[in-house]
Design a protein around this ligand. Structure first.
Ligand SMILES: [Zn+2]
Length: 417
């Protein structure tokens, strides 16, 4: 930090309506507006994804923050600017039609580092709103919020996340106002080419469904998000794809360091033994019971889980498996990755003699051939079984890219320990 400057963390969440807006776009507006301030420097913009089961969640469950530097004497000026921008936001969202989840934005400005627990609690579980609001108020953080204050959870998590090696980058390009709601013109061919030209970008396409997945399908202002390992990778790929004839030009763009692909929402690999046949429910989601660490658990694989679901449906009691997943509010574990480590014997049979199976005459008796009268010690024959029709990485299955959570690390980037 330079002498005479202050480092400030600014966080924002919950500005989007199901049919309008996007927190990334609102945050970009805030950054542009603050950028007018003399001596202000944006050091880094951050995008965090939070616990997928949060009872109150925004689309994509992301929140935004930035680390900025300002001259020490412009603290008041910064707060005045934030307030005026936030008032504008509140009056804009007041015009949105009533929906189940109307925006409940919060903007936080902190001149000190905030507890990293605020991030971990929000990426791994449900955060109590009243408790978090009190913690924020007790911390001398400048808070602007809608009366419901829901945005405080994501905004406080976003300013408390410190990238620590397992981060990635996402460059988001936004559309001109008049194009919002119309079809996004980014050709599938250009996305395919971008993937092969820029090897450090990822999650651009879903080969299973042969489609690009950089553009959302909602009527929000995002044209696309390009994910990658480094800032320069996403920025080079962006400038290349913008140069492709026929592709829609974005109106504005910004790179964010993110916790996407970090696996921060998961708590490691578990293993256990299957004790029930898979039960397939409506919509193809399937459940098996396992014993893990002397405890019974229900493992659930949704049809969107692709190979995870297909593998789970082939399991049999006695199979030993490893998995990674999230405990859902109903106590079951929703699987994100699954591996069969050792299969229990399938298709048990007795040895053949004279063209048919030998039989045992009862408990403690030997095997016996009805025709030639040969006897044999009792034993079973079985298939060396392994699951079929799956695209596994070192035995691990995962959902296809378009059905994977933003937070999940693809197996191509790392095998669970
Ligand atoms: Zn025989």
């Amino acid at each position: 930090m330079k002498k005479g400057t202050l480092t400030v963390r600014i966080g924002l969440d919950d500005t989007d309506h199901p049919d309008f807006g996007c927190t990334t776009y609102s945050f970009d507006g805030l950054m542009s507006s603050l950028n007018q301030m003399r001596g202000l420097k944006i050091i880094e913009r951050r995008l965090v994804r939070l616990w997928p089961y949060a009872s109150r969640r925004t689309r994509g469950n992301g929140a935004l923050s930035a680390v900025i530097e300002i001259p020490s004497n412009s603290k008041e000026n910064l707060l005045v600017n934030c307030k005026s921008w936030f008032d504008g936001l509140l009056s804009e969202i007041a015009d949105y039609p009533v929906a189940e989840n109307n925006p409940s934005p919060a903007l936080l400005v902190s001149f000190d580092a905030t507890p990293s627990d605020w991030y971990w609690e929000a990426v791994r579980g449900e955060v109590n709103l009243h408790k978090r609001v009190k913690q924020v108020i007790d911390s001398d953080i400048f808070m602007l919020s809608h009366e419901d204050k829901w945005g405080v959870i994501g905004a406080s998590a976003a300013i408390s996340w410190v990238p620590k090696g397992n981060h990635s980058w996402e460059l988001i390009g936004w559309r001109e106002d008049e194009k919002i709601g119309t079809e996004r013109r980014i050709s599938k061919k250009s996305i395919l080419e971008m993937s092969s030209l820029f090897a450090d970008t990822f999650m651009n396409r879903d080969p299973t469904f042969d489609k690009g997945i950089i553009s959302p399908r909602t009527p929000c202002p995002v044209l696309y998000g390009i994910r990658g390992a480094t800032k320069s990778a996403v920025e080079s790929a962006h400038s290349w794809i913008q140069g492709v004839e026929g592709n829609e030009r974005c109106f504005k763009w910004a790179s964010h360091i993110t916790n996407q692909l970090s696996d921060d929402h998961l708590q490691g690999t578990c293993c256990g033994t299957v004790i029930s046949k898979p039960e397939v429910k409506k919509g193809a989601h399937a459940i098996v019971k396992v014993i893990s660490d002397h405890k019974g658990e229900n493992l659930v694989a949704f049809s969107e889980g692709g190979d995870v679901n297909k593998l789970l449906r082939q399991l049999m009691p006695g199979d030993r498996i490893s998995w990674m997943g999230l405990r859902s509010p109903d106590g079951s574990i929703h699987l994100e990755r699954l591996k069969l480590t050792s299969a229990s014997p399938r298709n048990l049979s007795r040895p053949d003699c004279c063209g048919s199976s030998m039989r045992s005459k009862g408990r403690g008796q030997e095997l016996y051939c009805d025709r030639c009268k040969m006897k044999a010690d009792k034993y079973w024959i079985f298939d060396q079984w392994s699951p079929s029709g799956l695209d596994l990485v070192e035995g691990w299955s995962q959902p296809s890219p378009s059905n994977r959570r933003h937070l999940s690390l693809p197996l191509e980037h790392g095998i669970p320990m």
